[in-house]
Design a protein around this ligand. Structure first.
Ligand SMILES: Cc1cc2nc3c(=O)[nH]c(=O)nc-3n(C[C@H](O)[C@H](O)[C@H](O)COP(=O)(O)OP(=O)(O)OC[C@H]3O[C@@H](n4cnc5c(N)ncnc54)[C@H](O)[C@@H]3O)c2cc1C
Length: 390
């Protein structure tokens, strides 16, 4: 006898959607979250694409902080290119209120029938007779839960991945180190996101401003430790001092974003990893919310099939790998390669590119046009990036 068919570790977007999906299929599901409150503290700039979000949930004014119409890219010498939300694609469309959004998703899992426990951490893992004895510490008390499957949706520092022996190690060029301030008393257009690019601002990454309503915005930075001479906070503080000297910082967030590209496999016997735990974030933008939800859905679905077939082996669970790879896996591979080229661009090239496109009407701008212009300015890149143009 097992206590559960599936225990989902971590109630972020990946975990809640996994638990919801498996519970809707009739499995006995436990969703555990080590923090006292789901969604707090927020470690995110909270931007999502419209299409990605709407494929899972109907947008709700309780957890939509802003609707975004356009994205502005600003070069080191202050040339600006404006893209519409549709052509900018990922992470431009809505800015969420994740404190509420994450809780909403966990509630959907609970409504579907999953047991949800907060202040409950997975602390140990033991396979025995084809099932898992998962040690959990709930409200200070230790107990072992027996389960057929564990879905590791425990974020960038995943312990489930280590217990299961799945290689998700991150090298210094496979992680962005991030700092973000929630700021008030600053000037911005509340239907626009802003991206400052170039080594001057953020070596190996970028600085962002995502509006949270009319009066506040997430202003943050990601830098690649292998390229940055100082830490992320140093670059962000310098930027804030120069650009928003009157701004007030009301909240601080620090965190790492994996930019590894696709891992070989996110499964082991009895285990599937989803979301940041499986390095499902986009290597260029660092966005991971939508991929986490997609992976959670595929993991929940595969859990159901695995329980039906009474087969919890890695061999059976491989179909989960096939599902996430078939959906966004190729994008992760491609964007990792592209990102490796992009971080090598110098500031002069970025300036030339944005200067030549400055003032192009928004309806005529697209990522493709940006790329074509870049190749005109930098023919060698055309050769380097030929495989991405197919
Ligand atoms: C500064 C910053 C800005 C970002 N901006 C964006 C953005 O604008 N758009 C976007 O799409 N993405 C963004 N991301 C990435 C995004 O936040 C993640 O990709 C997303 O949260 C991944 O969801 P997840 O469910 O995989 O993991 P998480 O949301 O990290 O959830 C994991 C959960 O597991 C819990 N947990 C961990 N260990 C245990 C344990 N042992 N037992 C029980 N619970 C455990 C954690 O407490 C956490 O709640 C940003 C990240 C950072 C750091």
């Amino acid at each position: 006898m097992t206590d559960y068919d599936v225990v989902v570790v971590g109630a972020g977007p990946a975990g809640s959607i996994a638990a919801k999906t498996a519970a809707e299929k009739g499995l006995d599901v436990l969703l555990i979250e080590k923090r006292q409150e789901i969604g707090v503290p927020v470690r995110c700039a909270e931007g999502v694409s419209r299409e990605g979000l709407e494929s899972f949930v109907k947008p709700d004014s309780r957890w939509i902080a802003s609707e975004i119409e356009s994205a502005e890219i600003i070069s080191p010498s202050n040339h600006k290119v404006v893209l519409s939300a549709e052509s900018a694609g990922n992470e431009v469309g809505y800015v969420l209120e994740r404190k509420i959004f994450d809780r909403y998703l966990a509630r959907l899992a609970s409504k579907a029938g999953a047991d949800v426990l907060t202040k409950t951490a997975a602390v140990s893992f033991r396979r025995e007779d084809g099932i898992v004895r998962l040690g959990i510490r709930s409200m200070g008390e230790f107990e072992e839960v027996m389960t057929k499957l564990v879905i590791g949706a425990d974020g960038v520092e995943s312990r489930v991945a280590k217990w299961a022996g799945i290689d998700t190690t991150l090298k210094l060029n496979e992680i962005e180190s991030c700092v973000q301030y929630l700021m008030t008393n600053i000037d911005f257009e509340d239907d626009k996101t802003y991206f400052w690019v170039g080594r001057k601002y953020a070596p190996g990454g970028y600085i962002w401003l995502f509006p949270k309503g009319k009066d506040a915005a997430n202003v943050g930075i990601g830098v690649m430790p292998s390229l940055a001479e100082r830490n992320a906070k140093w670059y962000l503080d310098r930027f804030v001092k120069e650009n928003f000297p009157e701004g007030e910082i009301v909240e601080v967030v620090v965190g790492g974003v994996p930019v590894k590209g696709a891992i070989d496999s996110a499964v082991a016997d009895n285990v599937m990893l989803a979301g940041d735990a499986a390095r499902h974030t986009d290597p260029i933008t660092g966005g991971g919310i939508i991929n986490a939800m997609k992976a959670g859905y595929y993991a929940g679905l595969t859990a159901y099939e695995s329980v039906e077939a009474k087969d919890y082996t890695a061999g059976f669970l491989k179909r989960y790998d096939e599902r996430w790879k078939g959906d966004f896996g190729e994008n992760l591979v491609r964007n990792k390669k592209l990102q490796e080229k992009m971080v090598k661009l110098d500031d002069a090239t970025l300036d030339k590119l944005t200067e030549s496109l400055e003032g192009v009407p928004i309806e005529e701008m697209s990522v493709k046009r940006l790329a074509l212009e870049l190749f005109k300015k930098h023919p060698k890149l055309l050769w380097d990036l030929r495989e991405f143009l197919k």
